[in-house]
Every structure is written in structure tokens, then in C-alpha cells.
Design a protein around this ligand. Structure first.
Ligand code: GDP
Ligand code: CA
Length: 324
């Protein structure tokens, strides 16, 4: 069996670690392979280094090296380099980069500079984290550099800032007027991305941000068509519980694109390809688009076991829809 998932950073990574845990614990599914298509719209160049926050969060989480409390960055990391950069007055200082984490960005930047594609670089990093031993392949959504920018107006007229500046420095407190994905007009899906969707037995949408994680991947040419055309059921997990994001600022992102912060409205964003939608018990009355099967259960990923149960339920919904 083959599962393909579209993922952002922390929410997606925790769900997908739950999925690999569920698969390893379930004897008749233990051979299942998982292809993850990761969002690269959050990517940013800092201090001359290419940083891919969502891909790194996936690598560290699935590889067992993530800082559990933060949900991103390396466990037990130190900040000697960042402290020295601050002493040198180098900007920006609002983006946290630990020393071990910087090793990833140095290696990635070096390999990209030698002419390797982001797919090739990501495969090398995945080897470091033992992803293939867990049955996981991690693909960037595209090898073309793309960056999500946010149009804001903080008093001096509209201007665009990098998504990370809006999210991390401004904490999404300044309303977003719209999102612009710089570079997407010349982007193509990375090798293997469209085939992974077309050839999957089940496609899963983890509870990633529907606008700036899943929504960005859906904008890569061919991805949406592949989802509409695949024979596989496409099952999504809502990132909202009782009308609120569990963490982060998905509400601010949804507001910017004129969509209500409800599990029903998020399902509506996927209406042209979604076949199953998993919501929290508190949202059991969610109205879903025609042709979508709704299920509900507790959706808080409190620990690895609860994440594994949620992922298992999403996968079982996909398998039930496949049999029909
Ligand atoms: P990011 O790139 O680090 O922002 O991570 P993602 O886009 O993959 O996931 C962010 C989304 O995950 C947010 O909108 C959260 O509401 C959602 N999320 C985080 N933890 C949970 C959880 O325990 N349950 C559910 N249902 N959603 C969650
Ligand atoms: Ca992200």
C-alpha cells in the first residue's frame, strides 16, 4: 500500500509521525510506504543560507531529532552562532536558528550551490534522518525557488513582507490583505510529486494550515488536477477544533482569503477533490460538500499515541472509501 500526504511543518509533521507509528504498530499495514509532499513556500534565505522550515520540521520530527516543546528546530540545540551574529549586529535576529540546525542549512546551501536540485538535497538530508528505514520519502513540492509573501498595511501604505516576517516577527497580528507566492508562475512540480498523487492508494491531507501550507502546495501547477484525477480517496483532517486553530494563526490566514474559520469552510476549499473529512467531536455537525464522507473523533494531538490514533482513523476512512 502506498499513502501520499501534502504537508506543512509542525501540524503536518506531528500527524505524519503519528501515521508512521500507527503503520508500524499495525501488522497488516506495516509494509505501507508514505510519500510526503512538503510545502516550500515558507523557504527563506538568511545569512546567505537557504532555510526550508517545513521540510526541516518534517525531517527532524520523523527522524527523532525535533525539539518537542517548540515543535520545530533541533532538540538540545545551542545558540553560539546566533549570539555571535547578534554581537556583529547582523540582521535579522527574529528568526531562531540553533547551531545544529545551522548545520542543515549550511549543507543544503552548499549542495544547492554545487548545482544539485532541492529534491536531491532533501533526499540527502532524509538519509541523515533515516526516513527510508521508516518507509518515508520526502519530496519538496517544487525544485523552483518559491516564497510566500504577505501584503500588509501597517500604516505606511500596502507593502509585501516575507511570510516568515509576518508570521514570526509580526506574529500575524497585522492583518494580511493577500498572499503572493513569488516564483510560482515559473514553478513546476518536483520529480515524483504528481505521480505520487496519481498512483497513491490513499491521499491524506494532515491538519496543516489550509492557506499557507496545503493551499500553497495546491497552487503548484498540476497538483490540483492530479488530486481531481487520482483514483485514490483523498481524506483530510481539520486543523480547526471548535472554530479555532489548535496552534498558529490559521484564522488570520483564512480571514485574508475571505473564508470562515470553520471546519466546513476549510472542507469547502478542497471540495473539488475531497472524499473524506475528519473533524473533532465538537464539530460533529459540520456540513460537508456533496460526495464527502464525514467522521468525527477527538482531534487534539497531545502526544505520539493520540497522533497515531488520529492518523489511523484518517487512514481507515480512506481504506473504507477505497472499498466502496
Ligand atoms: P506549520 O507549517 O508549522 O505552521 O504547520 P502546519 O501548516 O503543518 O500545521 C499548522 C496547523 O496545524 C495549524 O493550523 C493548527 O491548527 C494545526 N494543528 C496543530 N496541532 C493540532 C492538533 O493537535 N490537532 C489538529 N486537529 N490540528 C492541529
Ligand atoms: Ca510552515
Amino acid at each position: 500500500m502506498h499513502v501520499t500526504a501534502l504537508s506543512g511543518g509542525v501540524g503536518g509533521a506531528r500527524f505524519l509521525r503519528g501515521l508512521t507509528t500507527y503503520l508500524a504498530r499495525t501488522p497488516d499495514l506495516a509494509d505501507t510506504t508514505v510519500t510526503i509532499i512538503g510545502n516550500t513556500g515558507d523557504d527563506i534565505t538568511l545569512f546567505g543560507l537557504r532555510v526550508c522550515p517545513d521540510l526541516d520540521t518534517l525531517l527532524y520530527t520523523l527522524g527523532g531529532g525535533v525539539h518537542e516543546g517548540q515543535g520545530w528546530g533541533r532538540a538540545a540545540d545551542t545558540t553560539a552562532v546566533q549570539t555571535e551574529l547578534a554581537a556583529l549586529g547582523v540582521q535579522p535576529q527574529w528568526f531562531g536558528l540553533g547551531d545544529r540546525d545551522l548545520g542543515t542549512h549550511i549543507a543544503r546551501s552548499m549542495w544547492l550551490g554545487q548545482g544539485q536540485s532541492l529534491s536531491q538535497v532533501t533526499a540527502r538530508l532524509a538519509t541523515r534522518w533515516g526516513l527510508s528505514e521508516r518507509g518515508v520519502t520526502l519530496l519538496p513540492m517544487t525544485d523552483t525557488p518559491v516564497e510566500t509573501h504577505v501584503v500588509i498595511d501597517d500604516g505606511e501604505g500596502p507593502r509585501a513582507v516575507h511570510f516568515q516576517e509576518w508570521w514570526v516577527r509580526l506574529r500575524a497580528a497585522v492583518p494580511a490583505q493577500r498572499f503572493v507566492v513569488v516564483g510560482m508562475e515559473r514553478a513546476t512540480a518536483a520529480p515524483g510529486v504528481l505521480d505520487a498523487i496519481r498512483r497513491a492508494d490513499v491521499v491524506l491531507l494532515p491538519p496543516s494550515n489550509p492557506v499557507v501550507s496545503v493551499g500553497i502546495i495546491l497552487g503548484v501547477p498540476g497538483v490540483r488536477d492530479a488530486l481531481r484525477g487520482t483514483q485514490a480517496p483523498v481524506v483530510g483532517v481539520s486543523p480547526l477544533v471548535a472554530g479555532r486553530p489548535v496552534r498558529g494563526h490559521a484564522d488570520a490566514c483564512l480571514q485574508a482569503i475571505g473564508v470562515e474559520t470553520t471546519s466546513a469552510a476549510v472542507a469547502g476549499l478542497y471540495a473539488d477533490f475531497l472524499t473524506g473529512w475528519l473533524v473533532d467531536d465538537r464539530d460533529a455537525d459540520t456540513q460537508v460538500p456533496a460526495g464527502v464522507t464525514l467522521r468525527h473523533r477527538p482531534l487534539l494531538m497531545r502526544d505520539l499515541d493520540s497522533a497515531a490514533e488520529i492518523a489511523g482513523e484518517a487512514l481507515r476512512l480512506g481504506l473504507d472509501l477505497r472499498r466502496r
